[in-house]
Design a binder for this molecule. Structure first.
Ligand SMILES: [Zn+2]
Length: 424
């Protein structure tokens, strides 16, 4: 922009000088001792002749023309040369200095913007919890390598100042939410491990002081057990990391220890009275190693009850399983399902692909033996005789299926045995 302005000024200046020269031509001529002389000039080869009576060029025979020529002395020529060079130098100096001034102003503006944005980054984190806007600003300065680390220093500073506020007992849910958002953004970005680590450290501190504040609320509401548990979480999370927080939480726990134990014992006692031993066990479990004999005794007796009940349950289950298996076996045994005068039906379970039957019938009546399938539909006729008969036959069956063996007779007795079924 500045270069353009300078160029325009230079142009106007040159025009003005040319105009001045034009207006003061005569004066200049006098001053510079310029003398005019008429000569004959050749339009073809540019040869000049002082002899005004000459009509044609001696070189090329072209018609000559009359021309007025300015004679400038060598001294004047040198002076003019110096003036021109001087003007050119002045213009060059003007252009170069304008470039320098322009760069200087641009750099000043950049520094101003840089500082303003660094401060804005701080304010966004300190007052507005606006992590998204913070990211946008950092992105806008991606060409300046120093900006991002400097902006993050401001971010840590703002967070630390807000942590002080939480330490003083004030709630700051927005800070936790913002730290969560930052954590999420960096969790997949393996190049920013340092940032993630610093944010995680601060997240733990913020969360821990918030929990300490919450446990104070519990204590005020006489919820000592809840307060004790929350402080336990704080201590275990900060162990070997933030000794100051561990100390605060431990001291607070010691203050409410007796009250908390009393509430735990009461709760467990109610559960034991209701014979809910496993709940009592759970209630006491986390406190049994805290050197309170009552809690330890209660825990042990609740555990014994839980184990006894569990053993009983297992024994009952085993007995039920045994019965179920027995029933399964019994179901496969040969079973008489019909036994009327002259007709007997056995339900049988095949343990082989061949069913064999043997024995005899004594009498003068009709004697038949049939096999029915598991739908009680006819499958095979094994015996169909009148009078004494010796049975010895077999048939193909399907192993693992149920069949019905139907024996009928009139006037006589039979004696049979068979193989291929589960038996009795
Ligand atoms: Zn000529």
């Amino acid at each position: 922009m500045l270069i353009l302005v300078i160029s325009v000024i230079a142009f106007i200046l040159i025009c003005f000088i040319l105009n001045l020269i034009d207006k003061n031509k005569e004066k200049l001529k006098e001053k510079l001792k310029i003398q005019q002389q008429e000569v004959m000039s050749c339009p073809n080869c540019s040869a000049e002749y002082e002899d005004l009576s000459l009509k044609v060029c001696k070189n090329c025979n072209t018609s000559l023309e009359k021309k007025t020529k300015c004679n400038i002395s060598k001294k004047t020529k040198r002076k003019l040369f110096c003036v021109v060079i001087g003007i050119i130098l002045i213009i060059a100096v003007l252009i170069i200095s304008s470039i320098f001034i322009n760069n200087y102003i641009e750099e000043q503006e950049r520094i101003k913007k840089y500082n303003e944005d660094i401060n804005l980054c701080y304010e966004l984190i300190k007052d507005k919890s606006d992590w998204e806007e913070f990211k946008d600003i950092v992105d806008n300065h991606s060409q300046e390598t120093n900006f991002e680390p400097e902006a993050f220093e401001k971010l840590y500073q703002a967070i630390d100042e807000r942590i002080e506020n939480i330490k003083n007992g004030n709630e700051d849910k927005q800070l936790l939410a913002m730290l969560n958002a930052i954590k999420e953004d960096f969790s997949s970005d393996t190049t920013s491990n340092t940032i993630l680590q610093k944010i995680n450290e601060r997240y733990l501190i913020v969360n821990s002081y918030s929990n300490i504040n919450k446990s104070n609320e519990y204590i005020q509401g006489q919820k000592y057990k809840e307060a004790f548990d929350l402080l336990n979480t704080v201590i275990s999370q900060n162990k070997d990391k933030n000794q100051e927080i561990v100390n605060i939480a431990t001291n607070k726990q010691n203050e409410i220890k007796d009250n908390a134990f009393e509430q735990i014992i009461n709760e467990a006692q109610t559960q034991i009275n209701n014979q809910d031993y496993s709940s009592a066990q759970k209630t006491l479990e986390n406190y049994k190693d805290l050197e309170n004999q009552t809690i330890l005794d209660m825990y042990n007796s609740a555990t014994n009850e839980v184990n006894r009940i569990e053993a009983e349950r297992k024994a009952k289950e085993a007995e039920e399983e045994r019965k179920r298996k027995q029933a399964e076996i019994d179901a496969k045994k040969d079973k008489i399902i019909v036994d009327t005068d002259g007709k007997r039906i056995y339900k049988v379970y095949m343990t082989s692909n061949k069913f064999s039957i043997s024995g005899n019938f004594k009498g003068n009546g009709h004697f038949s033996v049939k096999l029915l399938d598991d739908n009680q539909d006819f499958y095979d006729l094994l015996v169909n005789e009148i009078g004494d008969y010796v049975v010895n036959t077999s048939t193909d069956v399907v192993k693992g299926n149920y069949y019905y063996l139907q024996i009928e007779c009139t006037r006589g007795t039979w004696n049979l045995s068979w193989s291929g079924t589960y038996g009795s």
